[in-house]
Design a protein around this ligand. Structure first.
Ligand SMILES: [Ca+2]
Ligand SMILES: [Ca+2]
Ligand SMILES: [Ca+2]
Length: 428
């Protein structure tokens, strides 16, 4: 018990932003000369357009296009899929890691052998496949014109394919400093949450819904925080229903469809308090997997299912990272967003531009310090966090070069490559 009090005291000290000696005083993230225009983005959006030639006789059925991060024959993971027919090109709008140089396109025709092509990543990726002749249409149990053998939902005419972010297997990560508008200690481990997105689409390559799977990786905070997400391009009535919010604190009020009440954009709340998901040893107090030597805890993994009212073409449906935000210390009005993502209607906007924050809504500058340092970072991969009080930038040895170059250099700073990490500073 005394140990937990000590931990709690250390927690308060670590979270305190002024006058406290930091665990790594030799390093100061705010001394990084970050260009004011740097977006801190780790992803890019691309449009993929794949056409299929016409060779009669036609069955009217759709072939399928799959996109992979790497060579599927060598274990490359799938990122997106869509329907293609001679008269209906496959158009996909997807987010890729900014470091992605090329993608693999696989054509799985109604009949015949699949073909693979490699394309360099650009804003618009175009490719054309031929279509082998189809003698007799293969079985299509649900009648959606995607044959069973290439239909991810062979018994569901409303859905045909799954697409993913960052890919079929791996998670993305969102990391926060939580004492905004005060600068934190830049360990970015106050809340670390792992995210995986699955998108459901139909034969028309329109989105019908999305599943968001998540768990908490770390809580290096004395505060009791929550996590929400705003769809900046969806209104609440575009969502039919959603399930899976973890709410125990009573400060979140929902519409009938599960989105948050009194918001003009669709806002979903993943959890209103980190403890809802955590199984943490009592000796850790509020802290979850950030102190060296402390007993490890584990997090539940939850999935939110989100289904749309009608469908939205994949070319109009904005891909990740979306507008995630931390809710500070069970106080709904204090939100912490990624750089240049705007607050929701329920945020107390009088805090913008106060203390260490230099948000300026007229110029759409949000949640950046006067040193152009953000309070939140989204990474399209998993990455281990640092020990309590150790600045992320001091453990990831090319992070500073990435920031100074405005993202031009070392955009792969988060990868586990030789010389990229100071393992001593990374939580084990
Ligand atoms: Ca089918
Ligand atoms: Ca189907
Ligand atoms: Ca911190």
């Amino acid at each position: 018990m005394r140990w937990s009090i000590l931990i709690a005291l250390l927690a308060i000290l670590a979270a305190c932003h002024k006058g406290i000696e930091k665990n790594n005083p030799e390093y100061e993230t705010e001394n990084i000369q970050v260009p004011a225009t740097f977006t801190w983005k780790t992803t890019r959006e691309v449009i993929v357009i794949v056409t299929q030639g016409e060779i009669p006789p036609l069955s009217g059925q759709f072939g399928r296009v799959d996109l992979y991060h790497g060579d599927p024959a060598a274990g490359g993971l799938r990122i997106a899929s869509g329907a293609v027919r001679f008269d209906l090109p496959c158009r996909l709008r997807i987010a890729l890691p900014a470091i992605q140089q090329e993608i693999y396109l696989v054509h799985r025709p109604v009949e015949g052998n699949q073909l693979t092509a490699i394309q360099p990543v650009s804003d618009t990726i175009r490719f054309a496949f031929g279509q082998p002749g189809v003698d007799s249409p293969p079985p299509d149990a649900d009648g959606d014109l995607v044959p069973d053998h290439i239909d991810d939902f062979p018994d569901d005419p409303e859905n045909a394919f799954r697409s993913f972010f960052p890919n079929s297997e791996e998670d993305a990560t969102i990391m926060f400093e939580d004492i905004w508008p005060y600068k934190g200690d830049y360990d970015l481990n106050d809340l670390v949450t792992r995210l995986h997105f699955t998108f459901l689409t139909n034969t028309a390559n329109a989105v019908t819904g999305m599943d968001l799977r998540f768990h908490i990786q770390a809580v290096g905070a004395g505060l009791r925080d929550g996590l929400g997400m705003q769809f900046d391009s969806l209104t609440p009535d575009q969502i039919s229903w959603l399930s899976g919010s973890s709410l125990t604190q009573g400060y979140v009020t929902l519409n009938g469809n599960g989105t948050e009440l009194n918001q003009h954009n669709a806002v979903i709340i993943l959890f209103d308090k980190t403890d809802n998901l955590l199984h943490n040893p009592a000796s850790s107090g509020n802290f979850f997997n950030t102190w060296p030597g402390s007993e490890k805890g584990w997090s539940d993994t939850l999935t939110m299912n989100i289904r749309l009212n009608g469908t939205i073409p994949l070319t109009s449906f904005v891909p990740p990272p979306y507008n995630f935000f931390l809710i500070q210390d069970v106080t709904r009005s204090i939100e912490v967003h990624m750089a240049n993502y705007h607050p929701t209607d329920l945020a107390n906007t009088t805090l913008l531009g106060t203390a260490d924050d230099s948000s300026n809504p007229p110029t759409r500058r949000y949640y950046l310090s006067r040193y152009n340092i953000p309070w939140a970072l989204f990474v399209p991969a998993t990455l281990p966090h640092t020990y309590e009080g150790i600045e992320l930038a001091s453990a990831y040895l090319n992070y500073e070069k990435w920031a100074i170059s405005g993202g031009a250099e070392y955009a792969d700073w988060y990868l586990d490559k030789p010389g990229y990490r100071d393992e001593e500073k990374i939580y084990k």
